[in-house]
Design a protein around this ligand. Structure first.
Ligand SMILES: [Zn+2]
Length: 304
């Protein structure tokens, strides 16, 4: 049982179906409420024309207060994201808005619980499914239709051409651009580890652009390629610069040995290498987070 389970049960009559996801019948309308770090998401399902859905969404948005509220029309009704300072104030806001909207829907004879939310049909073949985090009641036919749409979307993603060779070439191109930028900046006196973030970004960009699929192989390949190329670039620059100095001074010590025996040089060398590695990882983490978010948005999951 979550922290707010009892309060939400008492206030709205919803039951906790999963951690922080509540579902039930609110005054004749099907409702899912999700608690997130950003606030609460309210999904109110009903069967109505698109025009009526817009009217309900508008009314929900503007009832009492529209501060920190964002309401939109969803496939099966409306969805609203509600924020506030405290759990209590958000809940109060939701109840005030719901009551205005539920009154309106009852007056306009908008169909709620007991009907398919997609076609309005009644009958004994209604079932409640979960579409991502939202619970929705549909009749058998509409569940089948929805399943087909979701499966088609999954198949489309699976059928996308995937060309690892070209993807890897793209990752190398991104890393190479980063490496050139790193060298140019180094030559004019900047050591910018931030370049590593750019290299990872470009690597991901060209991976997809060249025909690689956006998946975990991309994340790992781009990370490894960017890291290797930038670390080698950093090493290369030190070898060339220090090697040049040694040659001028007629010193025959091998370059790496010289770097490691000079305390200051060794410190700078290790620092630059480490910064490149750290910023590559930062770039990878940032890209991974954004890709994952996009993938989730595209993927629809149905379950009972
Ligand atoms: Zn239906």
């Amino acid at each position: 049982m979550g922290l707010y389970t009892k309060k939400i049960q008492e206030a709205l009559g919803l039951n906790e179906k999963q951690n922080n996801v509540f579902y039930g019948d609110y005054k004749g309308y099907e409702m899912t409420l999700c608690i997130s770090q950003q606030g609460m998401d309210v999904f109110l399902n009903f069967y109505a024309s698109d025009e009526e859905k817009y009217s309900v969404a508008k009314l929900f948005q503007s009832a009492k207060t529209n501060k920190m509220v964002r309401t939109e029309v969803s496939i099966f009704g409306i969805h609203s994201m509600i924020n506030g300072m405290t759990f209590k104030s958000i809940l109060k806001k939701i109840i005030e808005k719901l009551d205005v909207v539920v009154d309106y829907m009852a007056q306009h004879e908008i169909l709620g619980v007991g009907h398919c939310m997609s076609c309005g049909a009644t009958g004994d073949n209604l079932q409640t499914i979960r579409l991502n985090d939202v619970y929705v009641t549909l009749d058998e036919e509409c569940v089948e239709k929805l399943t087909m749409v979701v499966n088609a979307a999954d198949q489309e993603f699976a059928a996308l051409p995937n060309n690892y060779g070209k993807g890897i070439a793209g990752a190398f191109l991104g890393a190479a651009i980063g490496a050139v930028a790193w060298v140019v900046l180094y030559m004019i006196g900047f050591v910018s580890a931030l370049i590593a973030v750019l290299a990872v970004f470009l690597g991901n960009y060209f991976w997809v652009k060249f025909g690689g699929k956006s998946n975990s192989v991309k994340t790992i390949s781009v990370a490894v390629i960017s890291l290797v190329v930038l670390v080698l670039t950093c090493l290369g620059v030190y070898v060339v610069v220090v090697g040049g100095m040694l040659a001028e001074a007629n010193n025959s010590t091998p370059v790496l040995e010289f770097i490691m025996s000079n305390k200051e040089l060794k410190g700078a060398f290790i620092y630059d290498m480490a910064m490149n590695a750290v910023f590559t990882l930062i770039g990878v983490a940032a890209q991974y987070a954004s890709t994952k978010k996009k993938d989730q948005a595209q993927r629809i999951r149905i379950s009972k």
